[in-house]
Design a protein around this ligand. Structure first.
Ligand code: ATP
Length: 135
């Protein structure tokens, strides 16, 4: 099998840049999996988990919103933010989840941005999921 390089980049920094065997990512049209030699494509990325395997070890990262560019030997994911499991503050994510749930419960009030609260909730749930899986 050929090589596959994974890069996860935020506006602040390169979070991951390493060779991998496979990548699974949360695309805007659904989760997609990549092996070396994949045909090139572009996808939106929605808040969720990026999983990658390298030499038998699987790792997970929480990502928020952005884009992915796939070519035969590279997966580039550019997102607003991304955290490795060990860097996630679970209590902070729990607080963000509670805030988002409270906003969604008050959805009848017209000043609530429903979509924004839903996306914030998804970010928080994903962070909690990734952090708890690794602990
Ligand atoms: P909060 O309301 O707690 O800030 P958020 O979902 O609005 O959560 P983001 O705007 O997605 O936060 O992220 C802002 C920055 O904070 C990013 O750099 C992100 O990596 C980091 N971040 C957000 N939540 C957590 C968390 N629970 N643990 C670690 N880093 C986090």
């Amino acid at each position: 099998m050929g090589i596959l390089h994974l890069e996860i980049v935020t506006p602040e920094k390169v979070i991951i840049s390493q060779d991998v065997d496979t990548v699974v990512a949360p695309g805007s049209e659904g989760e997609f999996g990549i092996l070396p030699g994949h045909i090139p494509f572009l996808s939106g990325i929605v808040p969720g988990v990026v999983r990658f395997k390298f030499q038998g070890t699987t790792a997970s990262m929480s990502v928020t919103t952005g884009f992915a560019e796939i070519s035969a030997d590279k997966v580039s994911i550019l997102v607003d933010s991304a955290e490795k499991a060990g860097d996630i503050d679970i209590e902070r994510a729990e607080r963000a989840k509670e805030r988002a749930e409270k906003r969604l419960a008050e959805r009848d009030k017209e000043d609530i941005d429903f979509m924004r609260a839903q996306i914030a909730l998804r970010r928080a749930i994903t962070r909690i999921k990734v952090a708890k899986k690794s602990s």
